[in-house]
Every structure is written in structure tokens, then in C-alpha cells.
Design a protein around this ligand. Structure first.
Ligand SMILES: [Cu+2]
Length: 264
């Protein structure tokens, strides 16, 4: 009997150890702590880390209680099972503690949430682009020289998003068909694109360079293809140069199409 208990205990400790190793391996890789380049990203990471600490402590605590229970109340010759209807006091305690943790988290994250999601926090700037998700690509519509969207000189790119470093950046997010999710991992931005809605999303970047955009909502067979490149330009002038180049390319393509249609 004693050996049985020992084996059970060893198994429980092994399971906890294996789970710990697994969690460590996943957090050590760039699985969730992808480098962050946005100002709001730091606050979001901070919230995640607090939640990880709370759940980690609770996990270890409950596993210790589990091991203790396995060891102390294991079957023994002559020991009779006891019928217990309930333990009011314990049930109240383990309801109040998680409820308090949830209330704490709800209150603690409110400032960050309002900064990121409340319309009143939206920077008062023109949107850099209108972003439309559709099966299976991201379309970016930039304003041309008139600085207005939905006019003849708009520039449209596919899976290619550009904006400027250290500038509050706003996009208008739409979907043409089904639910998609606009996910910029390095900026900690994830927002559903919902058919029929235009959703303003804002973020910034303190680093210039190339980053990644992916769709984070299973939207059909080609969902895996819905990824794009994000380029953060060092200066507005650099962005303008890129936009000009994109416009020239677009005009050239349109001309080629018109020529082809005319049989030329
Ligand atoms: Cu998708």
C-alpha cells in the first residue's frame, strides 16, 4: 500500500514538473513574448505577466494540496470511506477568492482598456489607411495627394502595410465577407474585422523596420494565406517616397490593363 502511495506521489510530482518544463519551454521561445515595439504593448504585457503570476501561484498551490491529499487520505487497511455532504465554509472561501481575483483584474486593467479601446482615446489624426479583410487577403487603401479616402487618386496595396515611426496611427478596419482578425503580434494589436462595420483601431511604433500582419480568425480554407508585411518608416518623408512609388506602380499596372483591354 505504501508503495502505491509513493508511486502516486511520484507521478503527481512528475506531472507538475513536466507541466512546468512545458510552460517554461513555451515562454522561453518567442511564442508569446514576441518583441514589443508599441507603447501600449508594454502595458498589455504587464497585464499578461500579472495574470501568469496569479495563475502560476494558484496552480502550484492547488497541486501541493492535491499531493498532500493523495498522500494523507490514500486507501489503508481498515479505513472506511466517509460520506461528506458538503463543506459550506470551504465552498464560500473558494468562491470568494477567485471572485476577488477577477474583480481585481477587471479593475486593474480598466485604464489600459480605456486607453486602447475607448473611442474617446482615439488620436485625432486622419486614418493612414482603410484596411479591408477578404477571403484571403488584406487590402490597404491609402489616400492620394488630396489626402482623402475613396477618391480617384487612392492607392491600393495588397498585404502591404506601411506607416511612420513614433506617430499615432489610425486605421479603419472593415471586412468584405466574413469575420477576420487584424493581428499585429509585435504591436499587441488584435481586432476583429466585422462585415458591415467600420472599426477604428489605433497603435504606434517606437521602432522602424519590417514586421508581420496575420489574420487571427479562422475565415475559410485559405486563412493561412492571410498574412502581410508591415513596414514602419523612420520618417514621414520616407513614407511619402514609398507611397509615390506605389502610386507609380499602380498607374503603370492600370495602363498595362487598359492596353491589354484595347488589344494593344
Ligand atoms: Cu483568417
Amino acid at each position: 500500500m505504501k508503495t502505491d502511495r509513493l508511486w502516486t506521489l511520484l507521478f503527481a510530482i512528475g506531472a507538475i514538473f513536466a507541466t512546468g518544463c512545458f510552460i517554461y519551454a513555451r515562454t522561453d521561445a518567442d511564442w508569446w513574448l514576441v518583441p514589443n515595439v508599441s507603447s501600449m504593448g508594454r502595458e498589455i504585457d504587464h497585464l499578461f505577466i500579472i495574470i501568469l503570476w496569479i495563475t502560476g501561484i494558484v496552480f502550484i498551490g492547488t497541486q501541493i494540496v492535491l499531493c498532500y491529499t493523495l498522500w494523507t487520505f490514500a486507501d489503508a487497511p481498515g479505513r472506511k470511506a466517509q460520506y461528506v455532504h458538503g463543506q459550506m465554509k470551504l465552498e464560500v472561501i473558494w468562491t470568494i477568492i477567485p471572485a476577488s481575483i477577477l474583480v481585481f483584474l477587471a479593475l486593474y486593467q480598466m485604464g489600459t482598456w480605456s486607453k486602447i479601446k475607448f473611442r474617446s482615446s482615439l488620436p485625432k489624426v486622419q486614418p493612414v489607411a482603410e484596411v479591408t479583410g477578404r477571403q484571403f487577403q488584406w487590402l490597404f487603401r491609402y489616400a492620394g495627394d488630396d489626402r482623402r479616402l475613396h477618391t480617384d487618386d487612392d492607392i491600393i496595396t495588397v498585404n502591404d502595410f506601411h506607416f511612420v515611426k513614433n506617430e499615432p496611427t489610425v486605421i479603419h478596419l472593415k471586412s468584405q465577407d466574413v469575420l477576420h482578425a487584424f493581428f499585429l503580434p509585435q504591436f499587441r494589436i488584435k481586432q476583429d474585422a466585422v462585415p458591415g462595420l467600420t472599426i477604428p483601431v489605433w497603435f504606434d511604433s517606437d521602432t522602424s523596420g519590417k514586421f508581420e500582419l496575420v489574420c487571427a480568425e479562422l475565415c475559410g480554407w485559405g486563412h493561412y494565406k492571410m498574412r502581410g508585411n508591415v513596414t514602419v518608416h523612420e520618417t514621414q518623408a520616407e513614407f511619402d517616397t514609398w507611397l509615390k512609388k506605389a502610386k507609380t506602380e499602380q498607374n503603370r499596372d492600370q495602363l498595362a490593363l487598359a492596353n491589354a483591354a484595347n488589344g494593344g
